[in-house]
Design a protein. Structure first.
Length: 325
């Protein structure tokens, strides 16, 4: 009797939904003796108060380490704001983008390593070495490709974090840009992880500003299209509404319908130049299964709400089942 090889899985992810899904996937793979590599969006990154912040990387780090603030969905559990209050008293930084003291510790450590000459991949490796995450975190690129929100034809712009956090996406943009992304390259280890994977999953993250920048790094979408492993995605849309955040605004700006079939069409079928073989859709959207299948993407109707650890892990099991694991 031969044993089943331990599966090697790559997850493309960003944001709160991506980090939540990653915890369930990590737990399931750990029981199977498998390996998980997470390619994290770095389009949300920014410089603030002289520090380099990587919000999506840190959300993934804290979630897998079990130290994320579950109530607010980001940052460190049990954090304090003494340093942020002091910075505000000096008029430094953004008063609407407060960082906790423990969170600032991570930003200071990362920035000091970057200034010593480490690249972002090496800095992320040092950050994750503090905890046994049960996964390897890889930034999508070592190039700074922060997301800018273009507000009008004249080119007035905001950093994504200001548009998202301060204005809550109420300012209608005309497009999103990642300056410099055309000249970027996948971070060390990313293409190798994809090439060696038994399965590739796309997390239920914002398709435009979380997964979009990952796929826009030259060579990354091509790597998914040509990978030997099957690719499945989990819909971030349930009942024609985003699960979290203001993804509907981002989709509208990109001309993508805020439906599970619309997002599936945005990603496209691998057989038609896209990146998906399979797409997990919510029970509430079961009627869209035929539309998804018509795109050349296998539709799997599953419970998608990640309301607790058990449901999150069950979704991870369903995603692995969709890619034959």
């Amino acid at each position: 009797m031969t044993s089943t090889p331990a599966p090697r899985v790559v997850l493309l992810a960003g944001g709160v939904g991506g980090s939540t899904f990653a915890t369930g996937l990590r737990d399931e793979l750990a029981e199977r003796g498998g390996e998980l590599a997470v390619v994290c969006n770095t389009g949300d990154d920014l410089w603030l108060n002289g520090l380099r912040l990587q919000p999506d990387v840190d959300s993934m780090l804290y979630a897998l380490a079990g130290v994320k603030d579950l109530a607010q969905g980001w940052g460190r559990a049990g954090d304090s704001r003494r340093v942020a209050d002091e910075l505000a008293a000096w008029g430094v930084g953004w008063e609407w983008f407060l960082l906790g003291d423990l969170d600032l510790g991570a930003h200071i450590a990362r920035t000091s390593w970057l200034r010593e000459g480490l690249n972002p991949t090496e800095a992320v490796a040092r950050l994750q070495s503090r905890w046994d995450l049960g996964a390897t975190l890889l930034p999508m690129t070592d190039t700074e490709v922060d997301t800018h929100v273009i507000l009008d034809a004249a080119g007035h712009r905001l950093h994504f974090q200001e548009w998202w956090t301060r204005h809550r996406a109420r300012l209608e943009p005309v497009r999103f840009e990642n300056p410099g992304i055309e000249a970027s390259a996948p971070a060390p280890g990313v293409l190798e992880a994809i090439a060696g994977a038994d399965a590739i999953l796309v997390a239920p993250s914002n398709p435009i500003v979380s997964i979009g920048p990952i796929l826009a790094v030259p060579g990354l979408a091509d790597a998914l299209q040509t990978a030997a492993a099957p690719v499945a995605g989990v819909s971030p849309i349930i009942g024609d509404a985003p699960v979290r955040g203001m993804a509907d605004v981002c989709l509208r700006v990109a001309g993508v319908p805020c439906t599970t079939a619309g997002v599936a069409a945005h990603y496209g079928a691998r057989g038609d130049g896209g990146v998906l073989d399979a797409w997990l859709i919510a029970e509430e959207d079961a009627k869209a299964a035929a539309s998804v299948a018509a795109l050349g993407i296998a539709a799997h109707v599953e419970p998608l709400w990640m309301t607790d650890a058990a449901r999150t892990r069950a979704l991870a099991v369903a995603a692995l089942r969709a890619v034959g694991l």
